[in-house]
Design a binder for this molecule. Structure first.
Ligand SMILES: *Cc1c(COP(=O)(O)O)cnc(C)c1O
Length: 335
């Protein structure tokens, strides 16, 4: 991650207020806004022992007309509900979660930075039932909290091409939970990622169990070449990124051939001789890969710098998010 000296790193600053709702006795209670403060939790809380937790991450942008616009809020709310379902946590009510997001943004309106900064929204759900014998029993009580965090230009220090370790041994998550935005998946990626940083100066690990390319610890993976985009087709093994989906739409609009299918490490290494590789996700939108490291061999991606297709697709999506290009697909919600 790149920072300038006067801008805090992504996620380290919280806006002043959060929205909170509790699930008890089979129903969600009213939500309320409160100043961000420590929360009270039993040391026997379900989440602390059995990792019953999921979250979301998306952004609200300040447009030139002063309005605040949230990018694809409906998709993120739907994914949060899907994550909850897979973890057998109480599903947040879509209308209530949207109201909580809107309330936080409205209360923290002044904290939304100018573009290219944004207000990052982080809804979070966790099981609170106090029972240390509940390894095979779902939480019957839960909390839903919406936090917000002002974030600044991710690439303020310039777009540096990433070094990515291609790991064909480790798996990022249980096969049926890759599509769930749950804390345990990040815990699973942490060890391999830190080891790759120490041993290879790698920025991220691309998980490719058995040679099957999936994604990195927190980003989807795309290959680009000659107006052709290749990315893994949706299955339960990886997170279905909203950025990924948006890029596919924009690339298709721009005349790209879109291919969604499984592909192997061997095919990827062949592709990058003349093509581009990039990571996609809300935080950076699209980040170019310069080097792939596989079994102690370094493979340069294209000319080793962030490629022109990566830069152009990123610029097109960012222009829509920031209101400099028309929102043809109805992706923005005004607050
Ligand atoms: C959040 C996340 C992504 C990116 O999803 P977006 O909706 O594009 O932000 C990709 N992979 C993982 C593992 C993630 O957690």
């Amino acid at each position: 991650m790149t920072t300038t000296p006067h801008r805090p790193a992504f996620g380290t600053v919280l806006a002043s207020h959060m929205a909170v709702a509790r699930y008890q006795a089979g129903a969600w209670g009213e939500h309320h806004l409160q100043p961000v403060a420590p929360i009270e939790l039993s040391p026997a809380a379900h989440v602390l022992h059995y990792a019953s937790t999921c979250f979301e991450g998306f952004k609200a942008y300040r447009h030139a007309d002063g309005s605040i616009q949230v990018f694809r809020m409906d998709r993120h709310i739907a994914r949060m509900r899907q994550s909850a379902r897979h973890l057998v946590l109480p599903e947040p009510d879509a209308a209530q979660l949207e109201a909580m997001v809107r309330a936080v943004i409205d209360r923290c309106r002044d904290a939304v930075p100018e573009a290219p900064g944004a207000l990052y929204l982080r809804p979070l759900l966790f099981g609170t039932t106090a029972n240390i014998g509940a390894a095979a029993t779902p939480a019957s009580e839960a909390s839903l909290i919406v936090l917000a965090s002002p974030v600044w230009d991710y690439f303020a220090g310039g777009m540096k091409p990433l070094r990515i370790l291609v790991d064909d041994l480790n798996t990022r998550s249980a096969a049926h939970l890759g599509m769930v935005k749950t804390g345990g998946n990040y815990a699973a990626a942490m060890g391999p990622t830190l080891a790759a940083r120490a041993k290879y100066r790698a920025d991220q690990v691309l998980f490719c169990p058995g040679g099957d390319v999936q994604e990195t610890g927190a980003s989807n993976f795309v290959l680009l070449r000659d107006k052709h985009l290749l990315t893994r087709s949706l299955d339960t093994s990886f997170l279905h990124g909203v950025t990924r989906d948006s890029l596919l739409v924009i690339a298709r609009d721009a005349g790209y051939r879109i291919e969604e299918r499984p592909f192997t490490v061997a095919e990827m290494l062949e592709w990058v001789k003349t093509g581009e590789a990039a990571l996609s996700g809300t935080a950076a939108v699209l980040a170019g890969v310069g080097t792939l490291i596989h079994r102690d061999t370094e493979y340069r991606v294209g000319d080793g710098d962030v490629g022109p297709l990566t830069r152009a697709l990123r610029a097109q999506l960012v222009a829509i998010q920031q209101g400099q290009a028309p929102d043809r697909h109805g992706w923005l919600s005004k607050i």
